[in-house]
Design a protein around this ligand. Sequence first.
Ligand SMILES: Cc1cc2nc3c(=O)[nH]c(=O)nc-3n(C[C@H](O)[C@H](O)[C@H](O)COP(=O)(O)O)c2cc1C
Length: 508
Amino acid sequence: MNVRTGFVFFSILILILTALIHLIWEPIKWTLIFTIPLILIGFYDLTQKSQTILRNYPVLGHIRYLLEAIRPEIMQYFVETDTQGRPINRMFRSLIYQRAKDVTDTVPFGTQMDVYRSGYEWMDHSMYAIDQVQVDSSPRIRIGNKHCTQPYSASLLNVSAMSYGSLSKNAVLALNKGAKIGGFALNTGEGSISPFHLEFKGDLIWQIGTGYFGCRTNEGDFCPDSFEEKAAIDSVKMIEIKVSQGAKPGHGGILPASKNTPEIAAIRGVDPYIDVHSPPSHSVFSNPTQLIEFISLLRERSHGKPVGFKLCIGKKQEFVDICKAMLSSGITPDFITIDGGEGGTGAAPVEFSNSLGVPLRDGLAFAYDTLVGYGLKNEIKLIASGKIFTGFHIARALALGADMVNCARAMMMAIGCIQALECNANTCPVGVATQNKSLISGLDVNDKSTRVANFHRKTLKSFTELIAASGLSSPDQLRRQHINRRLGMNLIKRYDEIFPYSKENSLL
Ligand SMILES: Cc1cc2nc3c(=O)[nH]c(=O)nc-3n(C[C@H](O)[C@H](O)[C@H](O)COP(=O)(O)O)c2cc1C
């Protein structure tokens, strides 16, 4: 019995017991003054669709809102601080929820951040700001170089990789439907393409990790034939090889036998109820040339769909070596996704999450400069991910060299994540990162898909407004010199001073 059927059962039981006791002890009827309103509140909680926590925990769920009103939780996802050095956790968290719910997202009274704190960043506006209607509020980026025959016109903002398995069925459905409504793409994560990714026909980026889920042989090796079959699915617009992710670069994973249900096993192409390992690195390639050959194979077998790879920058020479392999082979990926060391995950060792991997801004600037230095940037689009959830974050990533961005955790919040930090425990109270059927059923797919589309639209709108305020008419006019960073009370540097541009072909 789940919490909700339990509540209905419990309510009926209380009413019957009260009626029976009333026969022998009349004063019991006065307890109904408390119990009937609580039961009515509970039934309202069960039937409303916008608050998953109340659907999953009728009546009791209100305690969370009460406690939050007294003292909001401090969440490490948000890094900006106020004048007292406290994280402005509440403002940013509210911002994501407000944009997702399509309610007022302005703040009263003015600046809340400590603008004299070392690390404070801002963008230059112009005296000649232009009207935002002159800026395209949903610009598209064409991904696909000369090797690609099915280029994809992508949104500037997309949903970053998160597998079905780490996310629930309803979470994937809501993200997929939101992507369809808003005209953006959802990355499947390495857990393969589930039926829930296909239900609403939203655009997909199919990610292939070291476990080759959905395109593997019984021995766990890459299977080109099953890859070809799935890559032909119309919703699959691009293919992404996952080399590493910022939250746990170089760390494999294990799908425990207990979670490897027949449904998940069928989606991933493995036997059910056995431990399934994702190795820390790929078996198909162990040097840059083999990676390039793999990209070429995937492009051929997907009949020309854009192919790229995702990594968190680690040893820089390894990235340089990939560029050299591109030059010597003449084969380039269509895109590279740079994930910051500050990235998210469902579960990772704390050392991997906090102390491994180059942070996004450093990794992105390095990747851009290296590609420019080798004369390769024109062929390859750069995608950035890592704590990007406001218009300014998008502007900063684009100024550094990204062509577009992905976001994962903000999208989770758009579908109701309250950062209960239980993704690794199967007890996510809002049904986002769990496989518990009772908790999942509280997440209303229609309501949350609208929120995903709202969050996407309003975040891009805020980005457009910033661009217009800077006097720029298009995102691709953003440069590093538009962003400033305070390094001390009397020391301010522009991004082009912190991350000097490399010259085209300078590394050849
Ligand atoms: C629950 C969860 C599951 C994830 N699963 C994957 C995955 O399967 N493959 C991958 O490359 N990254 C995965 N990521 C990382 C995200 O795609 C993204 O790169 C990272 O969280 C940084 O973006 P963010 O700061 O917007 O969350 C996952 C992240 C989360 C929170």
